[in-house]
Design a protein around this ligand. Structure first.
Ligand code: ATP
Ligand code: MG
Ligand code: FE
Length: 356
């Protein structure tokens, strides 16, 4: 099976060809990602209008590049998979409409993929992981723990009650005058800081419910910064380091609850796994906190390569292959309307339709 994947849900325009031969490991034949970071940097965040227009301009060329890189012609593709939600609706329309046009012109099936399902199944593309496992998704728009039971079978165990973790990084960076995107800059700056200087709160720590919260932390950072303004370079570094320490600590506490719950619900799974996805998964301190936590609970810790953790189309193509292979075929994708909101655990009917 060879599937062309298309991803346009946020600020990356991406296309990829993924192939699977029975009995062999899946192959990423091409994976082209164009980030719009520079277009949005001046505004300190993603501007939906600008994103949609940039997708329109770039997508055809990105698809051509993905096909050229893969050495596979459109005729040899078995299906087209495109992100249909959740995300910014302007971008989703661009990607899904383009995919519908290709499907209509070639007569090949179209698969409308949930972006979160792409993240959820990536560890099977990279590591051949078996179900069930836990996914921690930490990005600019999402912070959740999902039980991945099978293709199309997800249960959200925890989510943020306010800000996403990447958003907390980005807002903290902005407050401190660090450039966008904030996450990598907070991490870099924190390396020169004293993590013990500020005792920031660990939101939700110790609470029985498994959810996340980060807005209180953001407020604490603002108060600390205001109290000692004007900030020296060292002050900024110390705030970043203290913020990162608080985040890692709080995150570890939250994830622990779900590891324990997994153990209780699946006592027969011999080596349970926690998979991370999303841009925040690049953070080394967060990674090492999670690694230690997993080791302590007998979980294997799986972090796919960075390019496959952040938004990309290989995960969308792969989700398409998984759906085809699982026999989750159903007409309707050609009529699918992009959904800005589309929770993973609400996926009931798989969406596959024929171009003709
Ligand atoms: P979505 O949530 O829809 O998948 P997104 O584009 O916001 O969309 P990603 O591209 O996966 O998500 O990740 C971007 C986020 O990751 C940003 O908030 C960024 O600040 C954060 N991030 C990236 N690198 C790091 C890092 N080293 N440390 C902390 N956060 C980081
Ligand atoms: Mg992004
Ligand atoms: Fe994403």
């Amino acid at each position: 099976i060879r599937v062309l994947g298309i991803e346009t849900s946020c600020d990356e325009t991406a296309a990829s060809v993924v192939g699977l031969r029975e009995g062999a490991a899946p192959e990423i034949l091409s994976n082209v990602v164009l980030s719009q970071i520079e277009e949005h940097a001046a505004f300190g965040g993603v501007v939906p209008e600008i994103a949609a227009r940039a997708h329109v301009e770039a997508l055809d060329g990105i698809i051509e590049a993905a096909l050229a890189d893969s050495d596979i012609s459109l005729a040899e593709i078995d299906a087209i998979a495109a992100t249909a939600g959740p995300g910014l609706v302007g971008g989703l329309i661009v990607g899904l409409m383009t995919a519908k046009a290709i499907a209509a012109a070639t007569g090949k099936p179209l698969i409308a993929v949930n972006h979160l399902e792409g993240h959820a199944l990536t560890a099977r593309l990279t590591d051949g992981l078996d179900f069930p496992y836990l996914l921690l998704l930490v990005s600019g728009g999402h912070t959740q723990i999902v039980l991945v039971r099978g293709v199309g079978d997800y249960q959200r165990w925890a989510t943020t009650i306010d800000d996403a973790l990447g958003e907390a990084f980005d807002k903290t960076a902005k407050m401190l005058g660090l450039p966008y995107p904030g996450g990598p800059n907070v991490e870099k700056t924190a390396a020169n800081g004293d993590a013990k200087r500020f005792a920031f709160p660990r939101p939700m720590k110790g609470e029985a419910r498994p959810d996340f919260s980060f807005s209180g932390l953001k407020t604490a950072v603002r108060q600390a910064a205001t109290a000692i303004a004007p900030l020296s370079e060292q002050d900024v570094a110390d705030i970043c380091a203290s913020f990162q320490a608080a985040v890692s600590d709080a995150l570890g506490d939250r994830v622990r609850r779900s590891l324990v719950r997994f153990r209780e619900e699946y006592p027969d799974v011999k080596t349970p796994a926690l998979v991370v996805a999303g841009g925040v998964a690049a953070n080394r301190e967060i990674r090492s906190t999670l690694e230690t936590l997993c080791a302590g609970h007998g979980f294997s810790f799986i972090a796919p390569p960075h390019v496959l953790c952040t938004d990309n189309a290989a995960m969308i193509a792969w989700a398409g292959i998984e759906r085809i292979r699982a026999g989750l075929v159903e007409p309707g994708a050609m009529d699918f309307v992009p959904r800005s909101r589309w929770p993973l655990d609400s996926i009931s009917a798989p969406m596959i339709g024929s171009g003709r």
